[in-house]
Design a protein around this ligand. Structure first.
Ligand code: GLC
Ligand code: CA
Length: 542
């Protein structure tokens, strides 16, 4: 079987939120040396790459997504030498490193913005988006900021407004300016030359705005940001040639990768921005989109996956699968109240056995839960702004739970965000010891995915009615056939075996219910509540 393992297609990418992963120097904040000390752990889990959220110097209004210097490491996280060590050590383990590139905006403390703001005549004025107001104290147009209020901020000194899609301290850069464009593309080159294997492009589809600054039309929505259709402040045609230019740059280096974070994502936008001369991949909403109403059911998941696969296959696009990240509630907290992990197993099975590159968010492998914070503990800007309608993202950024020791052994001091109180039971060390834990299940699935190309590259075909609460599908590549059966429901379910195979040829690869034998009666078999069962169909004797 031809198995050209390509790290970003076949591999698994693990997202680290650096502030919260491991603190090496006891200041309560995770850092690069902390990450280095855990690379052995990640290798043991079996992942192929890490993507980590920004570590560049930042005033941390948006915890690193407001960069004040693209070419350095924030002293809280370490030094450039630590970064180099991280790359070298990761590569020794065969782990690739994907950086988060935030290039829609900088911090207002970035030297470029300080200059740009200093006067209308400054050579860097046009590196940001400055406009006159619409008269009588009104901003240039009706665009809203994702973090609340108008996206225009008045600068009294130069008597113009600048644009900020996010916080006021995150001014949007002007990608139409050739010098700015070059300066930012040079930033990519800087990190590529230092050994970075790829980039996650933060909200890249917002880089360009309508050149005539037309008002966005209104629509119904909860927050003022949702009360308009964002047709003029994102997804502009100029993005495609820029992606082509970036891809040409990336292709000068071997085996590099770009994955785009699409702002207000849809599968259709993913198709639009991905391709051989565009991005390698882009996140689509699929399974992450609705945090309020997320009906974790076989029918819903199947419908999402089918839609995406149909669309992507015909366009020749490789999907990514993600269930949570630093912007979205933790997987386990979305589907269950309390500490029961049944649904966390079904979720992990979906993540690791459908088509597409899986992205695991740190702690997802032990089923970490959201923490809840009081009003005065909220650190995240949109949480502060929209409380209590929206409480921000701190809840899913809490420190990694390593062991049952003070502060879950994340740090020796009180961490920047509280550790979840469940850490005495829910931690890496205890789950590693327990063969039935989510951690061990995750590790085994990762190993199976690596061992069976069909699980990575194979076709995807659902062979049983999903309205029963079961998602049963075949992954097939050449002769290799794997059946994945996931019971989303909390009761036993009868499933029809795949019609074109002999059940006697089925061998168990893994069962979350610990079953040892597989047998059918009249071509039917029973799945235990919430069971995940993977079978290999051995080629039959003819
Ligand atoms: C992206 C990041 C998010 C950040 C925003 C502004 O959506 O994932 O964390 O707040 O961009 O940079
Ligand atoms: Ca630290």
């Amino acid at each position: 079987m031809n198995d050209n393992f390509c790290w970003w297609r076949d591999g698994i990418i693990y997202q680290i939120y650096p502030r919260s992963f491991a603190d090496s120097n006891g200041d309560g904040i995770g850092d690069l040396q902390g990450i280095i000390s855990k690379l052995g752990y990640l290798n043991e889990l079996g992942i192929d790459a890490i993507w980590f959220s920004p570590f560049y110097p930042s005033p941390e209004i948006d915890f690193g997504y407001d960069i004040s210097n693209y070419l350095d490491v924030d002293p809280r996280f370490g030094t450039l030498a630590d970064f180099d060590e991280l790359i070298t050590t990761a590569h020794t383990f065969g782990i690739r490193v994907v950086l988060d590139m935030v290039a829609n905006h900088t911090s207002d403390q970035h030297a470029w913005f300080i200059e740009s703001r200093s006067s209308r005549e400054n050579p860097r004025r046009d590196w940001y988006i400055w406009k006159d107001g619409a008269g009588s104290g009104r901003p240039p147009n009706n665009w809203k900021s994702c973090f609340g209020g108008s996206s225009w901020e008045y600068d009294a000194c130069s008597r113009q407004y600048y644009l900020h899609t996010f916080a006021t301290q995150q001014p949007d850069v002007n990608w139409r300016n050739p010098q700015l464009r070059k300066a930012l593309l040079d930033v990519f080159r800087f990190w590529l030359d230092r050994g970075a294997d790829g980039f996650r492009l933060d909200v890249f589809n917002a880089y360009f705005k309508d050149e005539h600054f037309q008002n966005n039309p209104g629509q119904l929505g909860l927050r003022d940001y949702d009360q308009q259709k964002h047709i003029h402040d994102m997804d502009q045609p100029e993005m495609i040639p820029l992606l082509q230019e970036l891809r040409t740059l990336m292709d000068e280096y071997p085996e590099r990768y770009t994955v785009g974070e699409i702002f207000l994502p849809t599968p259709e936008k993913t198709v639009h921005y991905t391709g051989n001369d565009l991005l390698h991949a882009a996140f689509s909403s699929d399974l992450i989109e609705s945090e309020l109403i997320f009906p974790w059911s076989a029918g819903w998941v199947a419908q999402k996956i089918n839609k995406r696969d149909n669309l992507f296959d015909s366009a020749g696009i490789w999907p990514t699968t993600m269930l949570s990240n630093h912007d979205k509630p933790r997987t386990a907290s979305r589907y269950v109240k309390g500490e029961n992990d049944d649904q966390a197993f079904t979720a992990m099975a979906v993540l690791l056995t459908v088509r597409g590159t899986p992205f695991i968010y740190y702690g997802e492998e032990i089923g970490m839960r959201n923490i809840s914070l009081k009003r005065n503990e909220i650190m995240d800007p949109p949480g502060q702004k929209y409380w209590p309608i929206y409480q921000g993202r701190d809840g899913f950024r809490s420190p990694m739970q390593w062991r049952d020791a003070p502060f879950a052994s994340f740090s020796t001091t009180k961490p920047w965000l509280p550790v979840h109180s469940n850490y005495h039971q829910r931690n890496v060390a205890s789950q590693q010891e327990n063969p039935q834990s989510l951690w061990n299940f995750t590790r085994q699935l990762i190993a199976l995915r690596r061992a069976y190309p069909a699980l990575r590259r194979g076709s995807f075909h659902i062979f049983f009615r999903t309205d029963t609460g079961v998602m049963a599908y075949e992954r097939k590549l050449d002769e290799q056939r794997i059946l994945v059966c996931i019971n989303f429901s909390s009761s036993m379910r009868q499933v029809e075996f795949i019609p074109d195979a002999d059940p006697k040829l089925a061998a168990i690869l893994i069962s979350s219910a610990g079953r040892k034998d597989f047998y059918t009666s009249h071509n039917q078999f029973m799945l235990n509540p919430h069971e995940v069962l993977l079978l290999e169909l051995k080629p039959g004797m003819v």
